[in-house]
Write a protein that binds this ligand. Structure first.
Ligand code: ADP
Length: 402
C-alpha cells in the first residue's frame, strides 16, 4: 500500500509518500510560508537514491488548498511524478498534535472524529485547526482515499492517574480536561520500538527512557512497552528547557511577573513560549549557533548549555526511579542525533544509573542507529534517528487493516 503522510502546520505543510511494501520514500517535501507574500514549495522524488530529482519554487501560496494542490500535482506530474493517479494512494495519514483523552489510538477520520478534533481546539489552538484543514483539503482534492488521524498524544495515554493529574482541584480535570497529555508521542513510540528491535528484544519486556531533543524537547519513561510518564504537560510548554520554551517553572512566577511587570496573560504566554528556554538565557535558540559562541568563550551560551543538559539529567534520574530498572536510553531528533557535546554533558558521570558513555562512539553527528555506551555499560545508550513520517504511515496501515 502507498501512504501519503501530511503534517499540516499553521503556515506550512510537510508531506511524504511512502511505499509500505518496503517502507521506502517515493516522494517528500514541504510547502512553507503559506499565506505570506512569497512562499516556498519543495518536492523531492525518490530522495537519497540515484533517481533523486528536486523541484523548488518560490511563489505565493495563498492557502492550504493551494499547498495541497502543489503536492497532488507534483506527485502525479508527467516528468517528476511517482504515480499516475491519486487513487493509487491507499490512505492518507495526518499528524494531529492533540487528541486530548478522547483518542486512545489512531483512527479512521469521519465526521464524528473531525468534530472531536475541533472540540479539542482550545487545548491546542495553534495546532489542531491546521490539522483539520489538512484533512479537509485531502478530502476535497484526493477524494475516495481514506484519511487516518495519528495523534502526538496517543502514546502517552497509558500514563496512570498519579502521573497525569496535576495537584490542583480535580474539577479542573473533570470539567476542563486540565491534565498532563504529553507530545512527540509518534517519535517516542518509533524510537522505543526501534531500540527493542535493534536489541533483539520485545518492547513489552523492556524499560526504556526516550529523549527527544529538537526545537521542542521531551522525555518519556516507557515501562514494559507502555509510556508511564512524560515531561511535556497539558501543552508542549512543560518539562525540559527548549529552544524558546521555558519548560518547568514555578507557577507563582507567572502571577508575580503579571503583577510586578504589569504583563497580560497573553504577554506572559508569549514570553514563556517564544522568549524563554535557550533564547531567554543566551539570546540564541539554535544549538549550532550556541556551540559556536560558547566555543569562543561566551559565558551566557555556556550557561545555557549547562542548564539545558542539567534539566535532562534531572529527568533521567527521576525516570530511572519511576521505572525501577532500566534497559536502554535513546537520544533522538535534531539535537539528540547531531550534538555530541550535549550528549556527553548529559551522560557524564552517570555510574549511579549504570550508564557509561563511550566518548569515541559518541563522537560527531550520528546518521544511523548506534550504541554510544561502552560494552561494559549496564544500560545501553543509543542514538536512533527518529522517523515520524514512517511511524505515521505504519499507524495508518494498522488502522486500515484493523
Ligand atoms: P523540530 O523539533 O522542529 O523537528 P529538529 O528535530 O529538526 O526540530 O531539531 C532542531 C534542533 O536541532 C535545533 O536546535 C538545531 O540547532 C539542532 N541541530 C541540528 N543540527 C545540529 C548539529 N549538527 N549540532 C547541534 N544541533 C543541531
Amino acid at each position: 500500500m502507498k501512504v501519503l503522510v501530511i503534517n499540516a502546520g499553521s503556515s506550512s505543510m510537510k508531506y511524504q509518500l511512502l511505499n509500505m511494501e518496503d517502507e521506502s520514500v517515493m516522494a517528500t517535501g514541504l510547502v512553507e510560508r503559506i499565506g505570506e507574500a512569497t512562499g516556498k514549495m519543495i518536492y523531492k522524488k525518490f530522495p537519497d537514491t540515484d533517481a533523486e530529482a528536486k523541484v523548488e519554487r518560490d511563489d505565493h501560496v495563498p492557502d492550504h488548498r493551494a499547498a495541497m494542490h502543489f503536492v497532488v500535482d507534483m506527485i502525479k506530474d508527467a516528468e517528476y511524478g511517482v504515480i499516475k493517479d491519486m487513487n493509487e494512494v491507499g490512505a492518507i495519514g495526518h499528524r494531529v498534535v492533540h487528541g486530548s483523552d478522547y483518542f486512545k489510538s489512531s483512527v479512521l477520520v469521519d465526521e464524528a472524529v473531525k468534530e472531536v478534533i475541533r472540540k479539542i481546539i482550545p487545548l491546542a489552538p495553534l495546532h489542531n485547526p491546521s490539522a483539520i484543514t489538512g484533512v479537509e483539503m485531502a478530502e476535497e482534492l484526493i477524494p475516495n482515499v481514506p484519511n487516518v488521524a495519528v495523534f502526538d498524544t496517543v502514546f502517552h495515554q497509558t500514563m496512570p492517574e498519579r502521573a497525569f493529574l496535576y495537584a490542583v482541584p480535580r474539577s479542573l480535570y473533570e470539567e476542563q480536561k486540565v491534565r498532563r497529555y504529553g507530545f512527540h508521542g509518534t517519535s517516542h513510540k518509533y524510537v522505543a520500538q526501534q531500540v527493542a528491535t535493534l536489541m533483539g528484544k520485545k518492547l513489552e519486556e523492556m524499560n526504556v527512557i526516550t529523549v527527544h531533543l529538537g526545537n521542542g524537547c521531551s522525555m518519556a519513561a516507557v515501562k514494559n512497552g507502555k509510556c508511564v510518564d512524560t515531561s511535556m504537560g497539558m501543552t508542549p510548554l512543560a518539562g525540559l528547557m527548549m529552544g524558546t520554551r521555558s519548560g518547568d517553572i514555578d507557577p507563582a512566577v507567572l502571577t508575580y511577573v503579571g503583577e510586578h511587570k504589569n504583563m497580560s496573560v497573553e504577554e506572559i504566554d508569549t514570553m514563556l513560549n517564544k522568549e524563554s528556554g535557550l533564547k531567554g538565557i543566551c539570546g540564541l535558540n539554535d544549538m549550532r549557533d550556541i556551540h559556536e559562541k560558547a566555543a569562543r568563550g561566551d559565558a551566557s551560551c555556556k550557561l545555557a548549555l549547562e542548564m539545558f543538559s542539567y534539566r535532562i539529567r534531572k529527568y533521567l534520574g527521576a525516570y530511572a526511579v519511576v521505572l525501577g530498572s532500566l534497559d536502554a536510553v535513546v537520544f533522538t531528533a535534531g539535537i539528540g542525533e547531531n550534538d555530541d557535546i550535549v550528549r556527553s554533558m548529559v551522560l557524564r558521570d552517570l555510574d549511579c544509573l549504570g550508564i557509561e558513555l563511550d566518548l569515541d562512539k559518541n563522537k560527531g553527528r550520528i546518521k544511523a542507529s548506534k550504541v554510544i555506551s561502552t560494552d561494559a555499560s549496564r544500560v545501553k545508550t543509543w542514538v536512533i534517528p527518529t522517523n515520524e513520517e514512517l511511524q505515521i504511515a505504519r499507524e495508518t496501515v494498522a488502522v486500515l487493516k484493523h
